[in-house]
Design a protein around this ligand. Structure first.
Ligand SMILES: Nc1ncnc2c1ncn2[C@@H]1O[C@H](COP(=O)(O)OP(=O)(O)O)[C@@H](O)[C@H]1O
Ligand SMILES: [Mg+2]
Length: 377
């Protein structure tokens, strides 16, 4: 891909950007930037603006070094491109800095024959595709839990109410010593029933969608959290005020947000992080579509809702099974929170991504928006 055939010669892009190639580059859903010999941003297309979260005008004031630390492998790649005058690609790079966090990026650098030292960088984000892969397997896991939940509900609840009733009868007819045992049986039966009821929410029910104002949902969760389990934690809200409504089920989305915030608060509290901080954010991601293997329609998931905390990060050993039921690092944990989150997000046709390291854990939801017809767009 030397002179980008069809774009009128890449050399023209920098200065004499004639309308057609500029439009083409602008419309390209892949982030493309042109760096000059000092790694200053000479050009950035729309996708690149979104990628970096900065406008073309802001980027033109910056060098790549302002966004990515100097030890990032992308600088090696740039040096190789300049030295060899060849296209160099690197896969699975992480572009990470205080203002940027992008794992799983494939970077392609191409020299610019007309402008010594200039490099055209094409950045492709495959992390979402991988998240989709994982998500599809979470759905499998959630379905198996759904099946199990149905069996449990049927096979356990009925005999359990018999046991509970019998224990209650005994309570009233046996002597003082044995009454304690009868009470124990009744209490334990109640505990099992509560567990089964928590499992039952995994059962398959068709989702009734409405237009949900996700900011109201998040606001509600924040208030609940701050007046209870997250009292000492500082909250930040970074909302995109023009965000269109989510196509979804309000109470279920509330449960998702609550579970994520609860986990974040627990991680902070258990590690004693001071000050604990949780950031709730929303964003609109243009043209975020994903091809689903084996499906005719692509997923259109432009709404991003994120819950971030400054806790210790997710323990290495549970990461591969994070969204499976009964996976927990807590003595009193049920391990059902994230399984339920994955199930609900899956029912919404959405995706969930996680990024975690010490001091920064972020769960990102990609959700469908409401179309004008009133269904998922
Ligand atoms: N924000 C987070 N920071 C660190 N670890 C987390 C976070 N969220 C979830 N986890 C880990 O994932 C596990 C599973 O979470 P969850 O499914 O909600 O079950 P539970 O909260 O009952 O343990 C937790 O036990 C914890 O180890
Ligand atoms: Mg939990």
């Amino acid at each position: 891909m030397r002179a980008m055939p069809g774009l009128g010669g890449a050399g023209q892009v920098a200065e004499t950007v004639t309308a057609a190639p500029a439009l083409l580059l602008g419309a390209l859903p892949v982030p493309v930037v042109l760096l000059d010999a000092a790694d200053r941003f000479h050009y950035a297309n729309h996708a690149a603006e979104q990628f970096f979260g900065l406008s073309q005008a802001q980027l033109s004031q910056l060098r790549l070094l302002d966004l990515v630390p100097p030890d990032n492998p992308v600088f090696l790649l740039l040096a190789q491109v300049r030295r060899g005058e060849v296209t160099v690609a690197d896969h699975d790079l992480t572009l990470e800095s205080p203002r940027l966090s992008k794992p799983g990026i494939t970077v392609q650098g191409t020299p610019f024959p007309e402008k010594p030292g200039f490099v055209l960088l094409v950045l492709q984000d495959f992390s979402a595709a991988r998240a989709l892969d994982r998500q599809l397997s979470f759905r499998g896991a959630a379905r198996s839990v759904a099946g199990m939940a149905a069996v449990l509900a049927h096979e356990v609840k009925n005999p359990l109410s018999g046991i509970r009733g019998a224990a209650q009868l005994l309570e009233n007819s046996v002597g003082e010593n044995d009454r304690e045992l009868a009470v124990l049986i009744r209490n334990e039966a109640d505990r099992i029933r509560a567990l089964v009821e928590r499992m039952e929410v995994f059962g398959e029910k068709p989702l009734r969608r409405e237009a949900v104002n996700i900011h109201r949902v998040l606001e509600h969760v924040r208030r609940l959290a701050q007046s209870g389990f997250a009292a000492g934690i500082r909250f930040h809200e970074l909302y995109d005020p023009s965000l269109p409504p989510v196509s979804g089920h309000r109470d279920q989305l509330l449960q998702v947000a609550l579970n994520l915030v609860k986990n974040a608060a627990e991680a902070i509290t258990e590690a004693g992080v001071e000050p604990g901080e949780i950031t709730l954010s929303t964003a609109f991601q243009h043209g975020f579509r994903l091809a689903v293997p084996g499906a005719e329609e692509s997923l259109h998931l432009p709404l991003v809702v994120a819950v971030r905390d400054n806790g210790p990060g997710i323990a290495e050993d549970i990461r591969p099974h994070l969204f499976d039921a009964f996976v927990t690092s807590r003595v009193a944990g049920s391990g059902l929170g994230l399984a339920l989150v994955a199930k609900i997000v899956g029912d919404h046709g959405g995706l969930i991504e996680v990024e975690s390291r010490p001091g920064r854990t972020e769960f990102r939801l990609h959700l469908p928006m409401m179309s004008e017809k009133g269904d998922a767009a």
